[in-house]
Design a protein around this ligand. Structure first.
Ligand SMILES: [Zn+2]
Length: 211
């Protein structure tokens, strides 16, 4: 882990029932049609990440910028935020390797402990890390208007297994099949994200199979 907590006080800009006769045919096609008729329509609820990094709220009393991971794209977002935020209020930068690290999660909590009313928290990195960090901040008492997240990619995601109730990092997107890292079931990641849990819902990909 590399942890850097630095202050940037006012930094300037450098940086389908199927009947064919009277006989009821229970064949697979009919079953599929029946299932299609009874399932509710699929309404995706997934995060909508902005295309470009949202600017820091200029009314903030201070900023806490959290950069997670070593991607260049993350560094570019951080530089942009520091340049914009540092002109209006004291700005802290916390750089972490991964929210999978308990050490890094603890470092984030320490930084949140030091935050005062009026702070705006900006988090960037890959989708998994950003979501986990934002969830930690929310669990720590931060409210929506205090939080800004920007994912530089969506190649990974925090996934909640509906069977063993564990959350883990998956290198996959909604609609894909993965193996649960904890109970080894084959899971389908659904287009259903809950900010309360900070994860995408996944369930047994074979649960709807009759045989
Ligand atoms: Zn599981």
């Amino acid at each position: 882990m590399s942890l850097h907590l630095r202050m940037f006080p006012r930094v300037r800009s450098t940086l389908s029932n199927h009947k064919t006769d009277n006989t009821f045919h229970l064949d697979q096609g009919a079953m599929n049609t029946a299932v299609a008729d009874t399932l509710p329509p699929r309404i995706p609820s997934v995060p909508h990440w902005p295309v470009t990094p949202p600017p820091p709220n200029p009314a903030a009393a201070s900023y806490l910028i959290v950069a997670i991971g070593a991607l260049e794209s993350t560094a570019r977002v951080v530089n942009q935020w520091i340049s914009q935020a540092g002109e209006t209020a004291p700005t802290q930068l916390l750089t972490l390797d991964s929210m999978e690290s308990s050490t890094d999660r603890a470092a984030l909590v320490r930084a949140l402990d030091c935050a005062y009313t009026g702070v705006r928290i900006l988090v960037t990195g890959g989708q998994y890390d950003v979501i986990v960090a934002l969830t930690a901040a929310r669990d720590h008492g931060a409210i929506a208007c205090e939080l800004t997240g920007f994912a530089v990619h969506t190649r990974d995601a925090p996934v909640y297994c509906a069977h063993c109730r564990n959350t883990f990092r998956a290198q996959a997107e909604p609609g894909e099949l993965i193996m649960c890292a904890h109970c080894a079931r084959t899971l389908e990641i659904h287009e259903h994200f809950t900010s309360a849990l900070g994860s995408f819902l996944a369930s047994d990909a074979h649960a709807r199979e009759i045989v």
